[in-house]
Design a protein around this ligand. Structure first.
Ligand SMILES: C[S@@+](CC[C@H](N)C(=O)[O-])C[C@H]1O[C@@H](n2cnc3c(N)ncnc32)[C@H](O)[C@@H]1O
Length: 277
């Protein structure tokens, strides 16, 4: 049992220690400080517990948190099986639904972090009895936790700034359909174009955090590129909880032939004539 910080089975400190050991030059960068801030139940010097009346009866709720944007506030402080897992609860539900619909043979995650999200994907695949595998790629490969282990989960070192470093032969061998999640936030345009080359109809590419791309024009450039590469946005997922209530705003991309696009035009339940009605 590990109860540093008074938390049992939560391994966020282990990630910081791995950075310290293997990538000490990164430890005090903004990203690393964000990790520390993001540790679950991180309340700074405040106590984790408070008396019920201490918070007051009214006040600001988590949904309109003043800490970060609401979506970030939901994303932050997340772990899965004690490992950092920076996914919003809404995206996790959407991923679960899409895994079931798509039944991917390959999940490709760009940006493994501590391995918690890869482990979540692998567990989901197993729970749904899907026979696909999860391949997760990461620059800081040595900071991935040895606890992120699953027979379906495979980590690979990579540098997305240098796409030539990808093992293309290995990539081509991965069976379709593919479900790709880009959560690394580097070299975005080239990464999308690179993977598009190997994708086939029906595959998905989700670009997380388009809600927080540097600027609106950067976002527009990204979406324009996606369109020119033949992607469609799947609104079943972007808009499941309301217009673009996902960190991947407009960026749940899929490849479809034109005839399939029309086949999938949404029919309202009211338009359906029920037999015997
Ligand atoms: C937002 S985190 C990923 C979060 C993780 N998918 C999750 O949900 O918990 C982004 C990750 O991308 C990695 N990364 C940054 N630059 C990279 C690069 N050039 N190539 C590959 N990975 C990179 C970072 O080290 C970090 O682990």
């Amino acid at each position: 049992m590990d109860n540093r910080n008074g938390l049992n089975g939560i391994w966020v400190e282990e990630y910081v220690e791995a950075l310290q050991e293997h990538y000490p030059e990164l430890l005090w960068t903004k990203a690393a400080t964000n990790i520390l801030d993001a540790s679950p139940f991180s309340y700074g010097t405040e106590s984790r517990y408070q008396r019920p009346t201490e918070g007051g009866a009214g006040g600001v709720t988590g949904w309109i948190s003043n800490r970060f944007s609401p979506m970030n506030a939901m994303t932050i402080s997340r772990t899965y099986k004690g490992l950092l897992c920076h996914k919003s609860p809404i995206d996790l539900l959407l991923y679960s639904a899409c895994l079931w619909e798509l039944k991917p043979k390959t999940v490709i995650e760009l940006g493994a972090f501590q391995g918690g999200s890869g482990l979540w994907f692998a567990d989901q695949m197993e729970a749904m009895d899907l026979d696909g595998q999860v391949h997760s790629y990461e620059l800081l490969f040595k900071a991935i936790s040895p606890r992120a282990q699953h027979p379906k989960l495979h980590f690979h070192p990579c540098d997305l700034k240098n796409l030539e470093s990808f093992d293309i032969d290995q990539l081509k061998e991965l069976p379709h359909p593919w479900f790709i999640i880009d959560d690394a936030h580097v070299n975005l345009l080239n990464t999308l174009s690179f993977f598009r080359e190997f994708m086939v109809e029906g595959d998905y590419f989700v670009k997380e955090d388009t809600c927080s791309l540097g600027s609106l024009s950067e976002n527009a450039e990204y979406l324009t590129l996606a369109e020119s590469l033949g992607f469609f946005t799947d609104r079943i997922y972007t808009d499941a909880f309301g217009y673009n209530v996902t960190t991947a705003k407009n960026s749940w991309f899929t490849l479809l032939s034109d005839c399939n696009v029309h086949k999938h035009i949404h029919r309202s339940l009211r338009d359906i004539t029920w037999e015997g009605a």
